[in-house]
Design a protein around this ligand. Structure first.
Ligand code: GDP
Ligand code: MG
Length: 170
C-alpha cells in the first residue's frame, strides 16, 4: 500500500508537529507563531506495511494580503492532489462547543474537493477526557469523515494508530 496524504487545518493546530512525529525527524518548523509553513513540505514514512507521503501545508485562515491568499491556495491545491486529507483541529479554547467558523469554511471547501477526509483531533493532552466524545459527535453530525482519530502530536499519542488508519485507506 502507498499514497499521498495532506495535512490541512487552521494555523497552529499542530500540522507541522504531526509531520515531525510521523517521520521522526524535524522536517517542518514548529512554531507558536502562525504561518510559519509558507509552502508545502513533504515527509515520507516507509514501513514494511506500506509507504505514505505526507504533505504539510500552510494554515488556512481568513486571508489578508497576497502572500496569505497564496498560502491558502497552496494548502487547498494540496488537497486536490492527494489520496486522503487529514483535517486537523485542536480542542476549542472556550466553553462553547461548536464547529468554529474558520473550521467550517475549510470543511466546506474540502467537501467541494471531495477527497476522503479524516478528522484528526490534535492536542488531546489538553482536553478533559469527557470532552472528547461530544466534540467528535459535533463534527460527525455535520460533516462526513472517513474516520475520526484523536491524537497528541506533541506526546506522540495516537500517531502510530493514525498512520495505520491512513494506510488502511490507501
Ligand atoms: P501548525 O501551524 O499547524 O503547523 O502548528 P505547529 O505544529 O507549528 O504547532 C503550533 C503550536 O502547537 C506549537 O507551539 C506546538 O508545540 C503546539 N502543539 C502541537 N501539537 C501539540 C499537541 O499535541 N499538544 C499540545 N499541547 N501542543 C501541541
Ligand atoms: Mg506549520
Amino acid at each position: 500500500r502507498s499514497g499521498f496524504a495532506a495535512l490541512i487545518g487552521r494555523p497552529n493546530v499542530g500540522k507541522s508537529t504531526l509531520l515531525n512525529a510521523l517521520t521522526g525527524e524535524k522536517i517542518a518548523i514548529v512554531s507558536p507563531k502562525p504561518q510559519t509553513t509558507r509552502n508545502r513540505i513533504l515527509g515520507v514514512v516507509t514501513r514494511p506495511e506500506g509507504q505514505v507521503a505526507f504533505i504539510d501545508t500552510p494554515g488556512i485562515h481568513q486571508a489578508k494580503g497576497e502572500l496569505n491568499r497564496y498560502m491558502v491556495e497552496v494548502a487547498l491545491h494540496a488537497a486536490e492532489e492527494v489520496d486522503l486529507v487529514l483535517f486537523l483541529i485542536e480542542p476549542p479554547s472556550g466553553e462553547k462547543l461548536e464547529v468554529s467558523p474558520g473550521n467550517r469554511t475549510i470543511l466546506e471547501r474540502l467537501q467541494r474537493i471531495g477527497k476522503p477526509t479524516f478528522l484528526v483531533i490534535n492536542k488531546i493532552d489538553t482536553l478533559p477526557k469527557a470532552a472528547l466524545l461530544p466534540l467528535i459527535d459535533l463534527y460527525r453530525k455535520e460533516f462526513p469523515f472517513a474516520e475520526v482519530v484523536p491524537i497528541s502530536a506533541r506526546e506522540k499519542d495516537g500517531v502510530e494508530r493514525l498512520f495505520h488508519a491512513v494506510l488502511g485507506h490507501m
